[in-house]
Design a binder for this molecule. Structure first.
Ligand code: GLA
Ligand code: ZN
Length: 674
């Protein structure tokens, strides 16, 4: 387990190994190569600065070629080789892909889709999480792995399964769903009440009639869809726990699993307590780069771990093979993607995968070591990155200190994606990104937190897209202005309670008082949007969405001029003691929203760490290090207040750092100078 940093060493240790270094490596699938290649791999890993590889994610058929017969020789040898080279192992349970023999002996272990089609072997992820034979087999192989390797000195982290979030609609899962619903709702008439089944004659006469949302002629009951999301997340968590318990029983190696950012498959907040280390897979699209969205995702993952350092466990070194057209990353993008993750709190950056597969389903996916071998531009970039990360040991284990929070949770995301809603164009993740962007542009740290989080550390709390909220969480957020903070709420907020039932009366129900707003109706806008006038921000066109709201005891900062809402409030601000509560009822253009968010940040006393940051240069602060990423193809000089040195080696003169085109810096600042 990680050791705390000692006073003799001023640097905290990384979140996995307790060493004062960042982690660097990738998925390593040696079973697809002959033994000679392993030796070459390990030698090349060392040269590249690799110190952690994930082994075994898809090795089940190689570990257990037939039921109950284990073949460990190859894995023993791989772990020994890696250990001898000083490379740690993130050892995975192989539950994501069962060998074909399991489906042969137990066809019910393969999942069934919503249309009733049973999945075949020959791909991966075809498991049913409820089939007893699958669950037994998963426990058997996890226990065997744990017993054999928990004390192996190479093993520094356990990795359970892979990218959880699969759904299954089979009869076994239907039984499990009913059990889950009984536990949540109690009696059947309570379920009927919660789901509103009186409408459309959906009322259930017997529990056996209740099924997962299988293929149906028209839209499903929205509350059933919401509960099936929750159930699926819990079912996956149960599958994770089945394995984690075996691993923990065998020793104290920390346990993780790899999440997928905003992927809706699991509610990561409800998993967080079960993970020693939070990990993420992030595949930025090099053809349409969205560094702001990537930074938002990193802030989310850091928030899932309540601010602890996390791991970027998978990304691509070049191109993926699952988009229709796979443009590769440039070496500059590769390095900046990794440093961005570190800047946003990652203690490690890893890839899928170490060596490109010659055969199999991902033979055209890039890797740290491409088909063409080590003497390639891509692999030289991998080594260069390893060398740079090697200089960032002082960053390992340090935290991002944010005074601003952005509120997000999965139930609201699920609610926002239900069918038959006012507009598909008002997307929760787009809204989040829009409100996050000004922080990203200014380099102001911001945590992404669930609505029930302890908010005391935050002077500014932004709620861009919280469509569904419980009374308790709503009260938690409403307290922010009352204690002198600034609360900024976006449109279509607090519309539903946790069952998905619309809160009747003026909206946003639990916040009408704190915001000084009484909403009457939601009004998606026709193409072309609506004109909005504001003394503070001038005249602008807002898009997609408007609302009819009445201001009560509050300042109207912007008013609609059109769309049937002439002169009615669009953006409002209410003073609450020393605090402020803001409501934005529309989707302003990004420059205007940027000014709204910056006004809130100013009111909350937040300032950009690098004033006058040139366009094209991204800044992010972690501990006492300011990371700078120049995405532009021109050189830039950046003045960082309090700059002492660039950990990556560039000269710092009078607080000024010179960035080459595509250049990067990790500038240590003295607290006194800032
Ligand atoms: C996911 C999986 C990996 C691999 C990559 C390819 O992240 O976990 O096994 O398939 O995608 O991008
Ligand atoms: Zn099933």
């Amino acid at each position: 387990m990680p050791t705390p940093s000692s006073p003799a060493n001023p640097f905290p240790a990384n979140v996995v190994t307790g060493r004062h270094e960042l982690l660097y490596g990738g998925d390593y699938n040696p079973e697809q190569w002959p033994r000679e290649v392993w030796r070459e791999d390990v030698a090349l890993m060392r040269e590249a600065g690799v110190n952690l590889v994930t082994v075994g994610v898809f090795s089940w058929a190689s570990i257990e070629p037939e039921p109950g017969r284990f073949t460990w020789d190859w894995l023993d040898e791989v772990l020994d080789l890696l250990h001898a080279a000083g490379i740690g192992v993130d050892l995975a349970t192989p539950s994501a892909s069962a060998p074909p023999w399991l489906a042969r002996f137990h066809p019910e272990t393969s999942s069934v889709d919503a249309a009733g089609v049973r999945m075949s072997v020959g791909s991966r992820n075809h498991f049913c999480p409820s089939a007893p034979a699958y669950r037994d087999a998963v426990v058997t192989v996890a226990r065997a792995l744990a017993e054999r390797y928990a004390d192996h000195p190479a093993v520094e982290l356990w990795h359970v399964g892979n990218e959880f979030g699969q759904t299954c609609f089979c009869d076994l899962c239907a039984d499990a769903f009913r059990d889950w619903l009984r536990a949540r709702h109690g009696a059947l008439d309570r379920l009927d009440e919660a789901w509103g089944t009186t409408f459309w004659s959906q009322r259930y006469a017997d529990w056996s009639e209740v099924v997962p949302p299988r293929a149906a002629p028209y839209v499903h009951n929205p509350a059933q869809l919401l509960d099936f999301r929750r159930f699926t997340s819990d079912r996956m968590l149960d599958l994770y726990r089945l394995q984690a318990v075996e691993l923990r029983r065998a020793g104290d190696v920390p346990v993780t699993t790899n999440f997928m950012g905003f992927f809706p498959g699991v509610d990561q907040h409800s998993w967080a307590a079960d993970l020693d280390v939070v990990s993420d897979d992030h595949y930025a699209d090099p053809e349409h780069p969205t560094p702001a969205r990537t930074a938002l995702t990193h802030d989310l993952l850091r928030g899932v771990g309540k601010g602890r350092p996390w791991l970027l466990l998978e990304q691509a070194a070049g191109a993926v093979s699952w988009r229709p057209h796979n443009v590769p990353k440039s070496p500059v993008q590769m390095l900046q993607d990794s440093l961005r993750a570190v800047a946003h709190g990652a203690d490690g950056v890893c890839y899928f995968q170490w060596r490109a597969s010659a055969a199999g389903s991902e033979q055209f996916h890039s890797a740290m070591l491409p088909h063409a071998g080590p003497d390639t531009r891509l692999h030289r970039a991998v080594r260069h990155q390893g060398a740079l990360l090697g200089r960032l040991g002082p960053v390992a284990g340090t935290r991002v200190a944010a005074r601003a929070a952005l509120v997000f949770d999965w139930p609201s995301l699920w609610a926002s994606e239900l069918p038959a809603r006012p507009s598909e164009r008002l997307r929760a993740t787009d809204q989040l990104e829009a409100y996050h962007r000004p922080f990203w542009e200014d380099g102001i740290p911001v945590d992404v937190v669930p609505p029930g989080a302890d908010l005391d550390a935050y002077d500014l709390v932004v709620v861009p897209a919280l469509q569904l909220v419980s009374d308790d969480d709503a009260a938690n957020l409403a307290r922010v202005p009352a204690r002198g903070g600034v609360l900024l709420v976006g449109p279509f907020a607090a519309v539903q309670d946790p069952t998905g039932r619309v809160r009747t009366g003026p909206f946003p129900g639990p916040w009408t008082e704190v915001l000084g707003v009484a909403g009457e109706d939601w009004r998606p806008l026709p193409e072309g949007g609506v004109r909005v006038r504001s003394e503070a921000w001038g005249e602008f066109i807002a898009d997609t969405w408007s609302e009819r709201v009445v201001a009560r005891d509050t300042d109207v900062l912007a008013a609609y001029a059109g769309a049937g809402l002439d002169g009615e409030p669009a953006i409002l601000r209410r003073s609450v003691g020393d605090g402020e509560a803001w409501y934005v009822s529309t989707v302003p253009p990004s420059d205007v929203l940027g000014r709204v968010v910056r006004d809130c940040a100013r009111a909350a006393g937040l300032a950009a760490p690098v004033p006058g940051l040139p366009a094209g240069v991204e800044a992010a602060v972690r501990g006492d290090v300011v990371f700078l990423l120049n995405a532009d193809d021109v050189a830039r000089d950046v003045t960082v207040p309090g700059a002492v040195e660039d950990l990556l080696g560039a000269a710092v003169v009078d607080g000024r750092v010179g960035l080459e085109p595509g250049g990067v810096a990790a500038v240590r600042v003295s607290p006194a100078g800032r």
